[in-house]
Design a protein around this ligand. Structure first.
Ligand SMILES: C[S@@+](CC[C@H](N)C(=O)[O-])C[C@H]1O[C@@H](n2cnc3c(N)ncnc32)[C@H](O)[C@@H]1O
Length: 240
């Protein structure tokens, strides 16, 4: 018997959950609270892939080409119906580990709130363990990004749990930001770390605890830039 967190990578788990819970479906942080950081790294003219969904990017952010994917057909159908009058938003049911429908180098940015986390806490899927599934996901994200494109990963995972995975998957250049976990209405005017100011990040991530203290109540935002250089040795299959 699998527990619910172990099923976070399974379409049936999310289909059930989205069938039984009313929307809106926007996890961790809403677009408006993340807007300063997204605007800093992603120009509105760039085609964006959102692993899941962010209606706010079009409605509030002025982004004009936003493709949203999710493995749950229930949520994709619900979002298609809700946004049928918004041609800038597209919704496709797709597994992020296999995005063959997209050509290499299609997107200027990929935004992920909670999908890598879901895959990492899941038990084995398709014969792979969670780490292998996460690596497949990161390799696919690298492939669909243009050179200099950014993967914006919003996660509860501190550098101790995410940095090595990112470093070992592909040749990303990585910056780190943080945002308080409080619900957006409660956000203080004086956050203890400014959203748009990168947190010092050394190779093993130990500098982050020095800057923020132990167990800060934040979501981590990793800005991973695809840099194709002569030294890039990882994830070069299909790279543009
Ligand atoms: C914690 S929710 C986050 C929802 C969303 N990222 C957001 O912006 O609010 C995790 C999502 O990941 C989706 N998911 C899990 N495994 C997936 C996969 N292999 N491919 C695509 N989506 C997946 C689930 O269906 C679920 O909607």
């Amino acid at each position: 018997m699998t527990t619910s967190t172990q099923a976070y990578g399974e379409p049936w788990y999310w289909d059930n959950r989205y069938s039984n819970e009313p929307g809106p479906f926007d996890w961790y942080q809403k677009y408006l609270t993340l807007a300063p950081i997204i605007n800093l790294y992603v120009p509105p003219s760039h085609p964006v892939l959102v692993v899941a969904f962010s209606e706010g990017m079009v409605v509030d952010g002025g982004y004009t080409d936003v493709v949203n994917i999710d493995i749950s057909s229930v949520v994709i159908e619900a979002m298609k119906t809700k946004h049928q009058d918004c041609p800038q938003l597209k919704f496709m049911k797709m597994d992020v580990r296999d995005m063959n429908d997209f050509q290499s180098g299609s997107f200027g940015a990929v935004i992920d709130k909670g999908t890598l986390d879901s895959i990492l806490v899941s038990v084995a899927m398709c014969g792979n363990n969670s780490r292998q599934n996460a690596t497949k996901m990161l390799e696919e994200i690298w492939r669909v990004l243009k050179d200099k494109g950014v993967y914006v990963l919003v996660t509860y995972g501190a550098p101790l749990y995410r940095l090595r995975l990112l470093q070992e998957s592909c040749s990303w250049t990585i910056k780190l930001h943080v945002i308080e976990k409080l619900a957006s209405e409660e956000k203080s005017d004086n956050p203890f770390w400014e959203l748009t100011k990168p947190v010092p990040l050394n190779d093993d991530g130990s500098s982050v605890e020095e800057a923020l203290g132990q167990n800060p109540d934040v979501h981590y935002i990793y800005i991973c830039t695809k840099e194709i250089s002569a030294n890039s040795h990882k994830c070069m299959t299909g790279a543009v």
